[in-house]
Design a protein around this ligand. Structure first.
Ligand SMILES: Cc1cc2nc3c(=O)[nH]c(=O)nc-3n(C[C@H](O)[C@H](O)[C@H](O)COP(=O)(O)O)c2cc1C
Length: 191
């Protein structure tokens, strides 16, 4: 059963927000252009700093591109396995044609720092502003600053799902704990 309440979200520390993206999740990008809210699916994303900076590919082929460019803001929702079919459908239609929130029964919830809404059904959401758009023209690559991060503390470790790049996906199975071997990077392993 998908949880639609955002009451369950707790703030996630920004200096640990990279942990949400290091596993390579397929994500939903939420935007608001002042008139409508939209959602798109994204697989090309990565953390680039421990201090809450993300790289995200959103191209001019996406309707979301204009809202991201004009507002400089978005929310990235991280869905679990139960949303995966919906996530794929969202990446196969344009917000220029349909209200994807309504069509797919997703719930926009107010964010704290940006106008784009959180996706209530995702187990984590991060509120972002554009930090650097110098690579957008050449690579459709946006550098984003995470302003606020939220997580459902009850979500299991490894709740995210991964796109293998060809329409097949993997969900996490075994969690392998090698924290004891992270001798040089011990600080990263602390709660
Ligand atoms: C699994 C999956 C991953 C995708 N990853 C990306 C991506 O990383 N960057 C991108 O620009 N589009 C990506 N797309 C395509 C967009 O989600 C798609 O163009 C979508 O229709 C855009 O919605 P919009 O036009 O309402 O913005 C992906 C689609 C799918 C199904």
């Amino acid at each position: 059963m998908t949880d639609r309440s955002t009451d369950r979200f707790a703030q996630y520390p920004l200096d640990k927000a990279h942990r949400l993206f290091e596993p390579g999740p397929v994500v939903l990008v939420s935007t608001a252009d002042g008139q409508r809210v939209n959602l798109m699916t994204n697989g090309f994303n990565m953390p680039v700093r421990h201090s809450a900076t993300l790289a995200l590919v959103v191209g001019p082929w996406d309707h979301s591109f204009t809202a991201l460019r004009d507002t400089g803001e978005c929310v990235i929702g991280i869905p679990g396995r139960e949303l995966l079919e919906t996530v794929v459908d969202i990446g196969n239609v344009s917000g220029a044609d349909v209200d994807k929130w309504e069509r797919y029964g997703l719930t926009p919830a107010p964010a704290a720092t940006v106008r784009a809404p959180l996706v209530a059904e995702c187990f984590a959401n991060v509120e972002c502003t554009v930090a650097d758009d110098r690579l957008v023209d050449d690579y459709s690559l946006w550098l984003l600053r995470i302003e606020r991060a939220w997580i459902d503390p009850a979500a299991p470790a490894g709740a995210e799902v991964h796109h293998r790049g060809d329409g097949t996906f993997s969900a996490n199975g075994e969690l392998i704990d090698l924290r004891a071997r992270m001798t040089k990077w011990e600080a990263l392993t602390r709660d």
